[in-house]
Write a protein that binds this ligand. Structure first.
Ligand code: HEC
Length: 118
């Protein structure tokens, strides 16, 4: 449990530092760079994975596999990631990731992660 809290705190610090740099870059960049996409996949597995499971099959957080999200549009998923779910452990990611990045992540969840990205 303590490890978990330490991890969450360090994640928040790191992602804040990263998002600061990234936000500055985004002014010029319309689409996400390949490198940023890889970072986001990493965030998905490590940070989201700390609650949703490394393979997104669920843990403290609900499973996030395509079959689990079938009934939700990309926009609905993105809204959950943007704003979190008040009253649950799901935090808002709006302060840490851009809207564009969150939509991209929502799309990846909808499609399912490719095998080679594991
Ligand atoms: C601190 C734990 C925690 C972290 C970190 C976390 N989540 Fe969650 N998430 C939850 C919980 C708990 C729920 C279930 C909320 C509920 O009961 O409605 C949830 C729900 C969701 C849902 C809605 C699923 C559904 O079936 O409606 C999505 C999508 C989601 N999370 C995506 C993410 C993404 C993407 C990240 C990383 C950027 C992330 N979560 C990080 C705890 C977490």
């Amino acid at each position: 449990m303590r490890y978990f809290l330490v991890k969450i705190c360090s994640i928040i610090l790191i992602t804040q530092a990263v998002s600061f740099v990234v936000n500055a870059q985004q002014v010029q960049e319309k689409s996400l760079s390949k490198q940023r996409q890889q970072q986001l996949i990493h965030i998905l597995k490590q940070d989201c994975g700390s609650c949703h499971g490394m393979t997104l099959k669920g843990g403290l957080g609900s499973p996030l596999l395509p079959k689990n999200l079938k009934l939700q549009s990309t926009k609905m998923i993105a809204n959950t990631i943007l704003n979190g779910r008040p009253g649950t452990a799901m935090p808002p990611w709006k302060p840490l990731l851009s809207k564009q990045e969150i939509y991209w992540l929502a799309k990846q969840l909808k499609q399912g992660l490719k095998h080679e990205q594991k």
